[in-house]
Design a protein around this ligand. Structure first.
Ligand code: HEC
Length: 168
């Protein structure tokens, strides 16, 4: 039963990510590997919950499934996977704690380059509520998300999916 659970979680993690990097390295001594050890999923549900809990309130209450739904508004312009390409907007992997306007290889507007802060839940919330009003002169052509709960859910999803790793 445990094996099935882990597999289902692995598939779930895979379905959540926009791109699943296949783990291709074969274990050197597969004969010695315990039978019930499939390739580790990117994040277990417990790890996701730990990451979620690391957010300040109310973001730690975000609904990850709804956050994924909200991310559909962003994904034409943004990837979130590690090493993902820049599209119209920059790759958002590791965006939490990243200084605004500093992702490699992306040409930002002066407005974002001059922002001078690191992205956190509150900053993202203000940005996503009203991108134009928060950093006037920026080039993100996105009207914003009016519903605070949708932003909370999206921020929770981004925190979990953009590569934050809880301390072991
Ligand atoms: C139409 C394309 C488009 C859409 C849709 C869009 N963005 Fe953006 N985003 C951009 C562009 C372009 C920039 C860079 C803006 C600039 O330099 O002025 C940007 C910048 C950002 C930044 C700042 C990144 C950094 O490195 O400082 C974040 C965070 C962000 N977007 C999140 C989102 C989220 C979350 C959504 C979905 C709710 C979204 N964006 C929707 C195009 C888009």
């Amino acid at each position: 039963m445990r094996t099935i659970g882990v597999l289902v979680m692995a598939l779930g993690a895979c379905a959540l990510a926009t791109a699943c990097s296949p783990v291709t390295e074969a274990p050197a001594e597969s004969a010695a590997a315990p039978a019930a050890a499939p390739p580790a999923p990117k994040l277990t549900d417990a790890e996701k919950q730990a990451i979620l809990a690391s957010l300040p309130a109310p973001y730690n209450t975000g609904n990850l499934a709804n956050g994924k739904t909200q991310f559909a508004l962003c994904q034409s312009c943004h990837t979130i996977t590690e090493g993902g390409p820049n599209r119209t907007g920059p790759n958002l992997h590791g965006v939490f704690g990243r200084t605004a306007g500093t992702h490699e290889g992306f040409k930002y507007s002066d407005a974002v380059k001059a922002a001078g802060f690191k992205w956190d839940a509150e900053k993202l919330d203000a940005w996503l509520a009203d991108p134009r009003g928060f950093l006037p002169g920026n080039r993100m052509s996105f009207v914003g998300i009016k519903d605070p709960q949708k932003r909370i859910d999206l921020i929770a999803y981004l925190k979990v999916e953009t590569g934050f790793q809880p301390a072991k």
